[in-house]
Design a protein around this ligand. Structure first.
Ligand code: FEO
Ligand code: CA
Ligand code: CA
Ligand code: CA
Length: 680
C-alpha cells in the first residue's frame, strides 16, 4: 500500500524575492527552458516564425496567450497513450486571447473600420488550443517534435459537435447547423480539466465580447434580451471587429458569424442570432486522436467557464466536476454525472464515447455559502419553481433553457455571489476542493447601497478596501476558498468551507486586509491558476502541494506576476475572524469569516516570477513530479509594435534583448538540477 503523507515536511527551496525583471526567475537549484512560443511552427512545411508581423498560417503554429495546459503521456515509441510516462508526451494547451499589437506589421488595427481578411484570419487562428508532442533527452533537455502525427491546432473555426440536453434545440440552430447539433470552434479557452479516460476538458470563458450584437432589441423577445444582457452579449463591434471582413470567398461564413444581430440576417443561411448560444460551454477533446471532433458538453452549463476540475473518481460513485464562472459576483458550480464511475472505462479506446456516458447526463448544482461555515449545492433542474414558467424574471421552458441560461437559473436559486471564481483544484488525498477568487471591484460593504452590478459582502467574500496607489474599493487582492464535501462524497448536497488564503501585500493592515499574515517572501495578489501536483513522488508517497499563479494588476508596483507553492492543510484548521470594512463615507461594517491556519515561511513560498506584463497561467507536472510545465501569458501586453514593453522570451538569458524585439507568450519547463521532485 502507498504511504499517504498529507503534506511534505518542508518546501525544499529558498523563496524567490519579488522583482520586475524581464525574465522568468526560479529558485536557486532549478533550471528554466522555453519549449514553445507563439508562432512556432507545429505542422510540417510551416516556415519558421519571423516575429515581425508578416507571419501567416497560424492554424499550423502555436497560438497566442498560453493558458491552462495538461500533460498527456505517450509510450516510448510515441504511438500510444501511456499515463505513466514522464519523458514523452503531449501538451494540450489553451490559447485564450491575443496580443494583436504584435501580430501585425504596424500593430493593432482593431476593431475600428472594416478589418482586412488576412489580419482577422490571423487573429482568429491564434485563439483556441494546440496539442503538441515533446520528449526529454540527455541532460534533461526537452525537445519539441514538429512532425508528430498528434500535433494539432483547434481554432474558433474547427468543426465541433454539440452534446447533451441542448443538442438539437432551437437555442443553437445556426447556418452552420440548422439541426442545432454541431457548430464551429471554441474561443477564449481559459482554465481546463481532465478525465481519467484520457481526455481534456477546455473551458470557454470570455466568449461574449467577440460578438457584435447591439442595436437589434426591436427584433428580439423580452426573454432573449434578458438572457443576452445577463451574459453581456452587448458589444457594438465585437472585440476585434471580425464580422466586418468581406472575405475573398463569398461563401466563407467564418467572419460573418461573429455578427449576431437579429436584424441583419434575412434567411436561414444568413441569420446568426443564435451563434452566441454555441459558446460558453465545457468542450471535451481527445488529444490522442488528432482527427477527432471535439464535443461540447452542454449538461455542464453555460457561463464564463473558467475550469472544470474533477473530484476523486470512486468506483460506484457518481463523479463530480467543480467549476467557476469568472465574472464579478458570479457563482461556483459542480456537475455531478448521472452515471456511477466504473474504473474499466479509464482504458477504453473510444474516449469521447466514454465522455458521452459520463458528461451528457447529470445534475448541475450551484453553491450557497452560509455564514456558519457550512454550504449547500442547489440543483439547476427544470420543472419546479423557480425553474419553470412561473419565474417572473425569466420564465424557463425546458432543461435546455435552464442550461443555456445557467446564470439566470442560479440567480433564481439564491446562489452566493463570489469575488470572480477562477480555477478549481482538488487535493488528491483529501478530496477537498479549492477555488481561487481573483478580486472584485464590484464588492461593497453591507453599509453601502449597491448599484445594479455590485453586491454586498458575505462571509465567504468578506473584504472591501482600497490598495494604493489605486483609489478604487473592493476586494483588491483576492482570496482562495476551499470546501470539504459532506462525507467526502462527490454526490453530497452539503459541504463545509473556509478561506485557505487571503491575498494581500505584506505591508497592508494585518487586522482587516492581510488576514493570512503574508510576508515579503509569500505575499501575492489576484490568485488565478491553481493546481495540485500529480500526487506521487519517486518513493511512492502522496504529497500534494498546491501551486498558485497570479493574474494581477494591483501589485505590479512591487512585482511582476508570480507562482507560489503551499502546503494545503485542511478545512477547519484555522478559525473565525472578524473583518471590519469601511465605506467611502467612513461607516464601518463587520463580517465574520472562516479562515484556515496561518501560513508560515515553511508552508507558503514564492517559487517563480514572470517577465514584464505577463500573467502566469497554466501548469502541469509529469507523473513523477520531476518536470513542471508553466504557461507565460501575454508578456508586454501594455506595449506597441513600435515600442514593445517586454522582449521575453528572447530576454530570458540576460534580461534584455533588442529594443524592437516583440514578446511572445510561451511555455517553460522547470526542472530541479539535482533531478528531484520540483518544489519538494
Ligand atoms: Fe481567463 Fe478568468 O481568466
Ligand atoms: Ca484565469
Ligand atoms: Ca484572471
Ligand atoms: Ca489573462
Amino acid at each position: 500500500t502507498t504511504t499517504v503523507t498529507v503534506s511534505p515536511a518542508a518546501l525544499g527551496f529558498a523563496a524567490v524575492p519579488k522583482n520586475r525583471n524581464d525574465v522568468v526567475t526560479v529558485p536557486a537549484g532549478y533550471n528554466v527552458q522555453v519549449i514553445n512560443r507563439t508562432g512556432d511552427p507545429i505542422l510540417p512545411g510551416v516556415p519558421a516564425y519571423k516575429n515581425d508581423g508578416t507571419d501567416t498560417n497560424f492554424a499550423g503554429r502555436i497560438g497566442d496567450h498560453h493558458d491552462a495546459l495538461r500533460w498527456f503521456g505517450l509510450n516510448a515509441a510515441g504511438n500510444a497513450r501511456d499515463d505513466a510516462s514522464s519523458t514523452r508526451g503531449l501538451i494540450a494547451q489553451n490559447h485564450e486571447n491575443i496580443n494583436d499589437m504584435y501580430l501585425h506589421v504596424a500593430g493593432a488595427t482593431s476593431p475600428g473600420g472594416v478589418r482586412p481578411e488576412s489580419e482577422a484570419l490571423k487573429e482568429i487562428e491564434c485563439h483556441g488550443l494546440s496539442v503538441t508532442e515533446y520528449s526529454e533527452g540527455a541532460n534533461r533537455a526537452w525537445a519539441f517534435k514538429q512532425d508528430s502525427a498528434y500535433n494539432r491546432r483547434i481554432t474558433p473555426s474547427t468543426p465541433m459537435a454539440l452534446n447533451g440536453p441542448v443538442r438539437g434545440t432551437d437555442f443553437v440552430k445556426t447556418p452552420h447547423s440548422t439541426a442545432g447539433t454541431a457548430g464551429r470552434g471554441t474561443i477564449n479557452n481559459c482554465a481546463n480539466g481532465y478525465t481519467p479516460w484520457g481526455t481534456l476538458l477546455t473551458c470557454e470563458e470570455n466568449w461574449a465580447g467577440y460578438f457584435r450584437r447591439s442595436g437589434d432589441n426591436a427584433a428580439r423577445t423580452t426573454k432573449e434580451l434578458t438572457a443576452l444582457a445577463r451574459y453581456g452579449v452587448t458589444s457594438s463591434t465585437g472585440n476585434y471587429g471580425w464580422s466586418t471582413v468581406t472575405p475573398a470567398d463569398a461563401s466563407n461564413t467564418l467572419f460573418r458569424r461573429w455578427d449576431a444581430r437579429a436584424t441583419v440576417g434575412g434567411s436561414a443561411t444568413t441569420d446568426w442570432r443564435n451563434e452566441p448560444n454555441q459558446f460558453g460551454w465545457v468542450v471535451e477533446i481527445d488529444p490522442y486522436n488528432a482527427a477527432s471532433t471535439p464535443r461540447k458538453r452542454t449538461a455542464m452549463g453555460r457561463m464564463g467557464h473558467e475550469g472544470a476540475w474533477p473530484g476523486p473518481f470512486v468506483a460506484g460513485r457518481k463523479p463530480a466536476f467543480y467549476m467557476g464562472d469568472d465574472a464579478v459576483n458570479e457563482y461556483m458550480y459542480k456537475f455531478v454525472s448521472s452515471t456511477a464511475w466504473a474504473a474499466a472505462d479509464a482504458t477504453a479506446t473510444d474516449r469521447l464515447a466514454i465522455g458521452d456516458k459520463y458528461l451528457d447526463a447529470g445534475t448541475l448544482y450551484v453553491a450557497v455559502f452560509n455564514a456558519d461555515g457550512t454550504g449547500s449545492w442547489k440543483p439547476l433542474v427544470y420543472g419546479t419553481a423557480p425553474l419553470d414558467a412561473s419565474n417572473a424574471a425569466y420564465p424557463f421552458a425546458s432543461q435546455a433553457d435552464v442550461l443555456v441560461n445557467t446564470r439566470l437559473a442560479a440567480d433564481a436559486l439564491g446562489a452566493t455571489p463570489m469575488d470572480r471564481p477562477e480555477w478549481t483544484a482538488v487535493n488528491s488525498v483529501t478530496g477537498e476542493v479549492y477555488l481561487t477568487l481573483t478580486n472584485n471591484g464590484s464588492r461593497v460593504t453591507g453599509a453601502d447601497t449597491p448599484s445594479a452590478s455590485q453586491r454586498q459582502t458575505n462571509a465567504a467574500n468578506p473584504r472591501v478596501y482600497v490598495d494604493a496607489p489605486s483609489t478604487s474599493r473592493g476586494n483588491r487582492n483576492g482570496h482562495v476558498i476551499r470546501i470539504r464535501e459532506t462525507g467526502d462524497n462527490t454526490e453530497a448536497l452539503g459541504f463545509t468551507w473556509d478561506v485557505f488564503l487571503f491575498g494581500a501585500g505584506s505591508d497592508l493592515d494585518a487586522t482587516n486586509i492581510n488576514l493570512s499574515g503574508l510576508t515579503a517572501d509569500n505575499d501575492f495578489s489576484s490568485p488565478d491558476g491553481l493546481f495540485f501536483g500529480r500526487p506521487t513522488n519517486a518513493s511512492g508517497q502522496v504529497k500534494p502541494i498546491v501551486w498558485l499563479q497570479t493574474d494581477d494588476s494591483a501589485f505590479t508596483d512591487q512585482t511582476n506576476n508570480q507562482m507560489l507553492v503551499a502546503m494545503p492543510g485542511s478545512v477547519g484548521d484555522g478559525g473565525t475572524r472578524t473583518v471590519t470594512n469601511t465605506t467611502a463615507g467612513g461607516v464601518t461594517w463587520t463580517v465574520v469569516t472562516r479562515i484556515g491556519a496561518t501560513p508560515t515561511a515553511a508552508t507558503l513560498k514564492r517559487f517563480l516570477i514572470g517577465p514584464v506584463q505577463c500573467e502566469i497561467t497554466g501548469i502541469d507536472t509529469t507523473p513523477d513530479g520531476r518536470t513542471i510545465f508553466v504557461g507565460i501569458q501575454h508578456p508586454g501586453e501594455g506595449g506597441t509594435a513600435a515600442a514593445p514593453s517586454s522582449h521575453w522570451p528572447d530576454s530570458q538569458a540576460t534580461g534584455t534583448a533588442g529594443a524592437t524585439v516583440r514578446p511572445r507568450s510561451a511555455t517553460v519547463v522547470i526542472t530541479k538540477v539535482d533531478g528531484g521532485v520540483v518544489g519538494l
